[in-house]
Design a protein around this ligand. Structure first.
Ligand SMILES: *Cc1c(COP(=O)(O)O)cnc(C)c1O
Length: 867
């Protein structure tokens, strides 16, 4: 029989053990080994069987055992010391407190998914893991940050395989009562409620769960409550499930409801209101609309001024260079949900539609684009690796027409990973960095210690990590085969599947086509030979989920599974179902090589390889994402990519063969090249170099520091300036309106130069006179610039220097002469051009308005197209 309602009874711990409950409710346990040791000591068997889940451990542990622990002095003393450590961690000053006052007093971080631990399955892949690592790094650094997301009642699916290798999906219920979550309550004890208006007079209600990620609270909105009609109750049912309207409702709840949840949280707890709002990927973008509404309704600003204040304090991060990965809605659907009887006073729906309009060449007028809105609602924006920055500037250049791609105001900050979460304990202990001062950000000096570690110790540690992976993989493999219908009697071979001494290659990720799961199968015979090589075999551990609606991805998984099912190779290649953080940890820590072969440049960053590197793994990867930036020739290998080859099959073929050659002739050769003590010296040199050189770079704390320096700090200052009296915002909005309206009258009329021509010599200079019309604008509104430098064969300037010209004469109403000098500081073909840009101290980039005037004879230098 089935229960009609379910609920979870939380355990009551005997008094002296009460702090265990507090430790379980703060996710810091997930990256703090002493806290994990303490939970393990409660009941080691149960700790293992619950998959290291403190909440389940405490609810399932026998009462007798609790009574026993309550009088176990050793345990109680450990408990007191771990609890004191958490208390200090949460309250002491850390790095952020040393930064002075030009950084945000509070940051709000909105994301559609958060990957914090395997026991809180609210993520599908890299985006969520990154968001989780961002919160943890913020906590470690003492940054005041509040996360905002949704609580999906079925999380993302759990994956298993059918007998013939087809992905099966299950959606186990996520019971918030059994999770490290507490309900946000008003002072009178009732659950706080957040409402979002819907068309037709309906409204969506949500309650708010709070997770504690060290010092950082994470608010998760949950629509699964009885106040809602059944349809609305299901809004937060699944991550990335349902149709487009369902997704729109989720995003309205995340953005609009998220800001309201944040306000409720700050009101109830007294937390400081955020100065900076970070929109992590377009899905969360509606938060900007809600903030505009607040300024209009509560503070009396008009839409344009409200937009300027909102923009000033908003940072937008774009995460995908795959056009299909950009979140778009039918324009009508957005109109229906934000217009009509649901239109907010002072926030006209046509202004909203304009924010997400693809009103550039190649855009689709019927669509509302969340990334485009993200750029228009955020004064500062970034991609997630240097290469992704370049690709994003090209992809979105249509929003800033007339500007060279290099000037498109999208910067980049390369992702990082959280050490506490991803570095194996023995590796952390081995590198044993000097006890760092809590107020210092971990840096290069912390990794210098690896020079003192003997090679034999590194090798022994890696061998132990590899052996643990092999053990773990066998267990998972057996479970998978049982689920596929095999009987125990047939599974004797599983005990010797994989070999703890063989070169182990990890390959795990989501399975969209650009990640090319099956590239390694291009030449099956060759792969087989490499797996079975008697002298220098390799073995592969593979994992990954396909989106439930993506049958193409499921076919790729099936191909791998069929290959791995072959009795001839099944001891050397395994597919482990249900890739999640719990499987990622043994995998990234245990493998010798991390393999990544995406179709360049579609991997925005990639972070798994960073996790492997921190554990002494070497990367073998296409030069895409972070690897394009930090591959240095000694920290791993780059798979040559056939970028120019248009035929996709031929390109795959070329890259697959390059991969086989690398693995066989370089990677395996080096791994098995042993000295008289059995050590692969040259391999270990690369491992040491990887730890030392990549160690300091691939950290989430480094990433967080970059965000503070490049984006959060400047956004806080802009936000303060705009919020101080709103006069600045009104003036900026009025100025933009005037400049946009008057720009048609702005022209470069004529350019004269003295000193160029045949005789130009290096060290010489030319005197420029530039005649401009500004129409109704004043010289204070503009910057007249000369750009000069090397030119290519098509006369395009290459990375030109920019000099502002001086106003020399007002020779007629609205017409001016400007002057300046260009110095020839290099030989060879050089050139210059001039341009007029809007200028205002509150702009974050001269391209912000997307306005520029060039001389009539100069076409814009390079123009990117939006794909
Ligand atoms: C790190 C991680 C990812 C990210 O994968 P990339 O392909 O490197 O972006 C995805 N899923 C899990 C479970 C991870 O731990």
């Amino acid at each position: 029989m089935r229960a009609i309602r379910r609920f979870t009874v939380r355990p009551v711990l005997p008094e002296p053990l009460a702090p265990l409950g507090d430790l379980a409710m703060n996710l810091r346990w997930s990256w703090h080994p002493p806290t994990q040791d303490l939970f393990a000591a409660v009941d080691p068997r149960l700790w293992a069987s619950t998959g290291h889940d403190p909440m389940r451990l405490l609810s399932e542990v026998a009462t007798d055992r609790l009574a026993e622990l309550g009088s176990d002095e050793t345990f109680l003393s450990d408990l007191r010391s771990v609890a004191a450590d958490l208390d200090a961690y949460v309250h002491q000053d850390r790095w952020y407190q040393s930064l002075g006052s030009d950084v945000p007093r509070q940051i709000a971080y909105f994301s559609p998914e958060f990957g914090l631990t395997a026991v809180l399955p609210q993520y599908s892949g890299g985006l969520g893991i990154l968001a989780g690592d961002h919160l943890k790094a913020a906590s470690d650094l003492g940054a005041p940050l509040i996360g905002v997301g949704l609580l999906y009642r079925h999380g993302y699916f759990k994956q298993s395989l059918s007998g013939d290798g087809w992905q099966q999906e299950r959606y186990p219920i996520v019971d918030p009562q059994a999770m490290p979550l507490s309900l946000l309550r008003e002072a009178d004890g009732t659950a706080a409620r957040v409402f979002v208006g819907l068309p037709g007079g309906r409204r969506l209600a949500a309650q708010v769960w709070v997770a504690h990620v060290g010092r950082v609270p994470l608010l998760l909105l949950d629509s699964g409550i009885e106040d809602n009609e059944p349809a609305e109750r299901d809004v937060t049912d699944r991550l990335y499930g349902g149709g487009t309207e369902h997704r729109l409702l989720q995003e309205m709840l995340l953005g609009v409801g998220g800001v309201r949840a944040l306000r409720a949280y700050c009101r109830i707890t007294g937390a400081t209101a955020p100065e900076v709002f970070h929109t992590n990927e377009g899905h969360a973008g509606f938060l900007g609309l809600e903030r505009i509404r607040e300024y209009v309704e509560d503070r009396g600003l008009d839409f344009d001024a409200a937009l300027e204040v909102t923009r000033a304090g908003t940072v937008f991060t774009t995460h995908t260079p795959v056009p299909a990965g950009i979140d778009r809605f039918a324009r009508d659907l957005v109109e229906q949900h934000f217009g009509g009887d649901n239109e907010a006073v002072g926030v006209p729906v046509d202004r909203i539609l304009a924010l997400g309009a693809e009103d550039y060449e190649g855009g689709d007028p019927g669509l509302f684009n969340m990334a485009v809105m993200g750029f228009r609602l955020g004064q500062r924006a970034n991609g997630v690796s240097a290469l992704h920055g370049v690709v994003s500037r090209g992809m979105f250049a249509g929003l800033w027409p007339g500007f060279d791609e290099t000037e498109v105001p999208i910067t980049s900050i390369t992702n990082g990973v959280h050490t506490g979460t991803w570095v194996a304990r023995e590796m952390a202990e081995l590198v044993s960095r000097p006890e760092v001062d809590a107020t210092a950000r971990d840096g290069a000096e912390d990794w210098a210690g690896v020079d003192q570690v003997p090679e034999s110790a590194i090798w022994k540690t890696k061998a132990a990590m590899r052996a643990r992976l092999v053990d773990y993989a066998r267990t998972r493999l057996r479970d998978s085969w049982l689920a596929r219908g095999a009987s125990e009697a047939e599974l004797g071979w599983v005990d010797s599947a994989l070999d703890p001494d063989v070169l182990t290659i990890g390959f795990a990720r989501r399975v969209p086509s650009y990640k090319r799961l099956t590239l390694m199968l291009s030449d099956r015979e060759r792969l087989k030979r490499m797996l079975l090589d008697p002298e220098r075999p390799i073995q592969l551990v593979i994992a990954g989920k396909s989106h439930p609606a993506d049958d193409g991805g499921k076919r790729l998984i099936q191909e791998i599974v069929w290959f791995a099912d072959d009795p001839e190779v099944r001891h050397r290649i395994v597919f482990l179902p249900d890739y999640d953080m719990g499987l990622a940890h043994p995998l990234v820590t245990g493998c010798d090589v991390w393999l990544n072969n995406p179709l360049r440049p579609y991997e925005a960053c990639g972070t798994s390889g960073m996790k492997a590197a921190l554990n002494g793994g070497l990367n073998v990867s296409i030069r895409d994402g972070w690897w394009d930036e930090w591959y240095d020739g000694q920290n791993g290998w780059a798979i040559p990519s056939a970028d120019g080859v248009n035929d996709p099959d031929r390109r795959d073929d070329l890259e697959a063969h390059a991969l086989y050659d690398l693995l066989e002739h370089q990677v395996a050769a080096r791994f098995y090249d042993r000295d008289e003590h059995g050590l692969p010296r040259r391999w270990l040199e690369m491992v040491r170099h990887t730890l030392k050189s990549l160690g300091p770079k691939v950290l989430a704390t480094r990433m967080f520091d970059d965000y503070v320096t490049k984006l959060y700090g400047p956004a806080a200052l802009s936000s303060r300036a705009m919020n101080s009296s709103f006069e600045g915002a009104r003036q900026l909005a009025a100025w933009k309106r005037r400049v946009r309206e008057g720009w048609g009258g702005v022209h470069v009329d004529h350019v004269e130069s003295v000193g160029t021509g045949e005789g130009a010599e290096v060290g010489g200079s030319a005197q420029l006179r530039v005649f401009v019309s500004l129409g109704g604008l004043s010289p204070d509104d503009v910057d007249i610039q000369v750009l000069h430098g090397r030119v290519d064969e098509a006369d395009r300037l290459q990375s030109p220097s920019v000099v502002s010209l001086e106003r020399a004469e007002d020779y007629e109403a609205g017409r001016y002469r400007y002057e300046g000098q260009v110095r020839f500081d290099r030989t060879g073909p050089v050139g210059y051009t001039v341009r007029i840009l809007p200028m205002h101290p509150d702009l974050s980039s001269p391209a912000e308005l997307g306005l520029v005037a060039w001389p009539p004879e100069a076409s814009p230098m390079v123009n990117g197209n939006l794909r």
